[in-house]
Design a protein around this ligand. Structure first.
Ligand SMILES: [Zn+2]
Ligand SMILES: [Zn+2]
Ligand SMILES: [Zn+2]
Length: 286
């Protein structure tokens, strides 16, 4: 027989007579000694963190939630929602590729460059697993209905599949070539050769606020100006690259990319690069 939830009246009677704690209280107790930690700079950590926060920002009932990563012993508990402060505490093991794949690999082998700043990200499953735990911790027993839960998970699955990753800038004379990847399958791509458009904005290195954005505000049009005034392009999903020309040799730039849809998720911003580095690359390769 599956476990049955005790009626509140019975539960309160029990609590009045002996020191028993709810699961939530037990979890809070375990997280009491954990200390906050910063998000590691790896692509894996930054992508998991951004995708999770972007997803909370999409939903009305989670958009106020603050995500805090903690380290230290919390037993086997990974996630704990502090309702009073609207804070979701997550153990930082979820930001580590090795920890999240300990004894359960998702691929027959792993790329060796996973700690790079523009490494590939192919572990959408980690975001989904963390989200399931987070949603469960936030909603406790009054969990959302099954159909609503399936809808949430499909929404996140779709957004993750189109999440740009491996965003790279390559210097060209007076220009920069931007390229990226996503996690749609090759089979699906070839079924629809045109595919959806990505919105690529090449920000000036000094345009710092833009890189904090988690959600692509709304579908952009080619004749519109980007709010910060930086340059934009649109590129097909099947192509996944675009060339910006006529750039200043003395400036640095970074790219922000999202599917050109309302509230699509931005990928982790690219590293900063100057078109002027073309000469030094040429020089080095001689
Ligand atoms: Zn670890
Ligand atoms: Zn994985
Ligand atoms: Zn900008």
């Amino acid at each position: 027989m599956p476990p049955v939830r005790l009626p509140d009246t019975l539960w309160n009677m029990l609590r009045a007579h002996c020191p028993i704690r709810t699961v939530e209280e037990e979890q809070q107790e375990l997280f009491k000694d954990a200390t906050p930690c910063t998000v590691p700079v790896t692509t894996f950590a930054r992508t998991v963190d951004r995708a999770l926060r972007a997803y909370f920002a999409v939903l009305k009932f989670t958009d106020h939630i603050q995500v805090v990563y903690v380290q230290g012993s919390t037993g086997k508990v990974d996630v704990c929602f502090d309702k009073k402060h609207g804070m979701l505490n997550i153990h930082c093991r979820w930001l580590d590729f090795a920890c999240t794949h300990y004894r359960s690999f998702c691929r027959p082998w792993s790329p060796s460059n996973l700690t790079d700043t523009n490494a590939p990200f192919f572990c959408c499953h980690v975001v989904e697993e963390l989200l399931v735990r987070s949603i469960a911790s936030i909603f406790k027993a009054h969990s959302t209905s099954r159909p609503a839960e399936i809808k949430f998970m499909r929404q996140i699955g779709r957004r993750l599949r189109y999440l740009p990753h491996s965003i790279k800038l390559k210097p060209y004379p007076g220009g920069i070539l931007v390229s990226w990847e996503d996690n749609e399958t090759e089979v699906f791509r070839t079924l629809s050769p045109s595919g959806p458009d990505y919105h690529v904005v090449l920000h000036d290195g000094n345009c710092a606020n833009a890189e904090m954005a988690l959600l692509h505000d709304k579908a952009a049009l080619p004749n519109e100006v980007v709010p910060c005034g930086c340059r934009q392009q649109f590129a097909r999903q099947t192509h996944r690259m675009c060339l910006f020309t006529g750039l200043s040799h003395t400036s640095t730039y970074y790219a922000m990319i999202a599917l050109n849809e309302d509230r699509a998720f931005y990928g982790v911003p690219s590293d900063r690069l100057s078109p002027g580095s073309y000469e030094s690359v040429e020089y080095l390769s001689q």
